[in-house]
Design a protein around this ligand. Structure first.
Ligand code: T4K
Length: 390
């Protein structure tokens, strides 16, 4: 263990990709020249067209962040009553429901990819259910066909929190084309970002004007406000960054794939470390996160201890997503009927490892070696303790 050195600089779970500064400064000149900073300026409009091309649909709408996008999306679609959703997500998924006075009905996830378990979804439908809000967590595509079938049979809207799923494709189509609506986050911590930002992609083109009103105070003209909207507009600087990062996104995904391969090669077979299985062949993955599960008994130490021990090596992993959303104090009063057996187990074991574009591949190997050594050291320690006790 002593031979593996601590990282001199902190290694965080992510590090945002930034285009060359000169490129960004060059782009800023246009904004300076325009003296147009927000409120659907020319850079936002151009960025919208670029994203339409990327996602192969005109039915998109840009926002200042993903949370407001989802909140407004739910409101614009008129979702109410109960919505079946996952507790294994970032808290913003549930917050968006609550801001719309919608009751979340938490059901379990499936153990391989941590997405909503369709069987549990179907069992939780009541006369008050209006929609399913599923999350492509870590960029893992949900079981889109099965969920679509359930939604169709029960006349429910199918909405995806696709915050992690930029660049994911299923077969020949972008993941944005599945379900009635999908929300993408362009937050700095995402593989693709616009500093902060969010986007809705939707099937019903009639929703476009509703979302546009809702994100801009409901203004239809200088003298007409048609609905009580809010302010959730993307600004020109966000759009500039988003536009630039879009030019690199294939490279970013490619590089993350390489990082993931090294993690998988190195950690596969390590006792007590579980990696997600390969995704179905028709899914083009984006390598958004690098989740592992830690089995305390087999690995030798708990997930929480590994998380702490890694900090002593200057490695800052994250326990995405622990605690489950329903266990946060603000949601503890929500009645949860499903025992959430899988979600609870996963939340107690999950650890997301550093993954980002400029993470040197040797650093990835070193992170793996440190994890492996920590587990073996603990096994040795426990072994000696057992021998001593005997
Ligand atoms: N739905 C889902 C499923 C989501 O995951 C999210 C957001 C949303 C909805 C909402 O979308 P947005 O409204 O955010 O667009 C982070 C992000 O803030 C959040 O966007 C993201 N999910 C969530 C999974 O992760 P934190 O609280 O973990 O972030 P923070 O500040 O601790 O950053 C994580 C690490 O990243 C830090 O340890 C250091 C590094 N970092 C962070 C920032 C902001 C940098 O190196 N540079 C930076 O600029 O929530």
């Amino acid at each position: 263990m002593s031979t593996i050195e601590r990282f001199e600089e902190p290694v965080y779970v992510i590090r945002p990709f930034l285009p060359p500064l000169e490129e960004f400064c060059e782009g800023l000149k246009e904004i300076w020249d325009n003296h147009w900073l927000t409120n659907n300026g020319p850079v936002v409009q151009r960025f919208g067209r670029e994203l339409s091309n990327y996602f192969e649909t005109d039915n998109i709408c840009l926002f200042t962040n993903g949370t407001l996008a989802l909140q407004i999306g739910l409101q614009g679609m008129g979702i109410s009553g109960e919505v079946i959703t996952t507790p294994f997500t970032f808290v913003a998924t549930t917050h968006a429901l609550f801001w719309n006075k919608i009751r979340p009905v938490f059901v379990d996830i499936e153990p391989d990819f941590y997405t909503l378990d369709p069987e549990k979804v179907e069992a939780a439908i009541t006369p008050w259910t209006t929609a399913i809000l599923a999350v492509h967590v870590f960029g893992h595509a949900c079981k889109v066909n099965i969920l679509a079938d359930i939604a169709r049979r029960h006349n429910l809207k199918l909405i995806y929190d696709a915050a992690h799923a930029f660049g994911v494709r299923i077969g020949s189509r972008s993941i944005a084309h599945f379900g009635d609506m999908s929300m993408f986050s362009f937050h700095a911590t995402k593989l693709y970002h616009s500093l902060e930002g969010g986007m809705l992609a939707f099937q019903d083109s009639g929703l476009k004007s509703v979302f546009d009103y809702l994100k801009n105070f409901g203004f239809a003209s200088e003298v007409e406000v048609v609905m009580p909207g809010t302010n959730a507009k993307m600004n020109e600087t966000q759009a500039l960054m988003g536009s630039m990062v879009l030019g690199y996104v294939d490279k970013l995904i490619e590089r993350r794939q390489r990082v993931t391969e090294i993690y998988r090669e190195r950690l596969d077979g390590v006792p007590g470390i579980k990696l997600p299985p390969a995704l179905p062949a028709e899914v083009r993955y984006n390598y958004a996160y690098m989740p592992i599960e830690v089995d305390e008994k087999q690995f030798g130490m708990s997930r929480n201890r590994l998380h702490e021990e890694l900090k002593t090596y200057n490695i800052y992993t994250r326990r995405y997503f622990y605690p489950l959303v329903c266990d946060y104090s603000c949601y503890r009063s929500v009645s949860v009927k499903d025992p959430l057996t899988v979600a609870r187990k996963v939340a107690s074991r999950i650890l997301t490892l550093p993954i980002y574009y400029d993470l040197p591949l040797d650093d990835v190997r070193r992170i793996c070696d440190i994890i492996i050594a920590l587990g073996s050291k603990e096994h040795d320690r426990q072994g000696s303790k057992l021998v001593a006790e005997a």
